[in-house]
Design a protein around this ligand. Structure first.
Ligand SMILES: NC(=O)c1ccc[n+]([C@@H]2O[C@H](COP(=O)([O-])OP(=O)(O)OC[C@H]3O[C@@H](n4cnc5c(N)ncnc54)[C@H](OP(=O)(O)O)[C@@H]3O)[C@@H](O)[C@H]2O)c1
Length: 271
């Protein structure tokens, strides 16, 4: 439950409300930590991702940690397809009359998860660019578009998870570009939804430890190099990102919209 309301209700008594919060990629890493933030306010959680078992395990862990939490709704769907995103929206609509917060967090690095399916040469370039746009851009855009008409008005919140790579490149271009595509989408959506009292923001994390992003782990030397780029001298955690998302989703953040919030220990500036 969260107390408060948008500025439009200033002067009215504060009300307690149970928010409906949709988190994509909510079963692991950053998404799981984001779900934990909203579990602490006993929100109605909707966790979506492709692996039902992973979603159920996270829902079970959150329910055990927060006895007052309403049972989370888990919806297994591939959000890079219109059908997958529509199914999530349909299940949400069947259970709730509105959505308060959408956290479009699903995404990843296809090269780390592609296995032997990754082709060579120019075909590899074509594969990497189309896969990254599918996994990182489409998953966020389709889910958001599927849910935007149901967003609480006023007071709805959209947060898209991008990356430091979108601001400075990622070495291969395709992952960075697929995340950067979310930025102008967020700016346009903020203009579209602003009159309804809904904010749209982007959180761009730097290197975050303890996720499934780097399938099989990150070489110690590479991790050291990433940490050395920070001013804080440490890797980011899923909780660092989740805390920024919680702040952007708070009722008091109603005037913060169309922004890119970086959570990277200063790494974008370098050392
Ligand atoms: N870790 C980092 O250093 C870092 C840095 C910057 C940005 N990010 C971004 O942070 C976000 C969360 O990643 P993470 O680091 O927490 O890694 P993660 O643990 O691998 O989480 C990614 C989540 O996205 C889901 N997902 C992937 N493709 C999907 C699809 N087509 N449809 C539905 N769900 C899908 C995955 O679940 P399923 O596999 O079950 O579908 C998984 O739960 C990603 O967008 C990532 O690009 C991560």
């Amino acid at each position: 439950m969260i107390t408060g309301g948008p500025p439009e209700s200033a002067g009215a008594p504060e009300v307690e409300m149970t928010r409906v919060v949709v988190v994509s990629g909510g079963g692991s890493g950053i998404g799981s930590a984001v779900a934990g933030e909203f579990a602490a306010e006993e929100a109605h959680l909707v966790l979506t991702g492709r692996r039902e078992q992973v979603l159920r395990e996270t829902a079970g862990r959150l329910t055990a940690a927060h006895p007052g939490l309403p049972e989370p709704l888990t919806v297994a769907a591939d959000l890079s397809s219109a059908g997958g995103a529509r199914r999530v929206a349909d299940e949400v609509a069947a259970r709730f009359d509105r959505v308060d917060v959408v956290v479009a967090n699903a995404g990843g690095n296809p090269a780390a998860h592609g296995g032997e399916a990754i082709p060579e040469g120019l075909e590899r370039t074509a594969w990497a660019w189309s896969e990254n746009f599918r996994v990182n851009t489409l998953t966020a855009v389709l889910l958001t578009e599927a849910l935007k008409d149901r967003l609480a008005s006023p007071g709805g919140r959209v947060v898209l998870i991008s990356s430091i790579a979108a601001l400075r490149g990622s070495g291969t271009g395709s992952y960075a570009a697929s995340k950067a595509a979310l930025h102008p989408y967020a700016f346009d959506l903020a203009r579209e939804l602003g009159p309804r009292g809904i904010t749209v923001n982007v959180v761009a994390p730097g290197y975050i430890r303890d996720t499934e992003f780097f399938s099989g782990g990150l070489a110690a030397e590479r991790e050291r190099a990433l940490i050395e780029q920070t001013s804080t001298g440490r890797a980011g955690t899923p909780a660092d990102v989740a805390d920024a998302v919680r702040w952007l989703a708070a009722p008091g953040a109603g005037q913060v919209t169309a922004q890119i919030i970086q959570v990277n220990g200063g790494a974008e500036r370098g050392r």
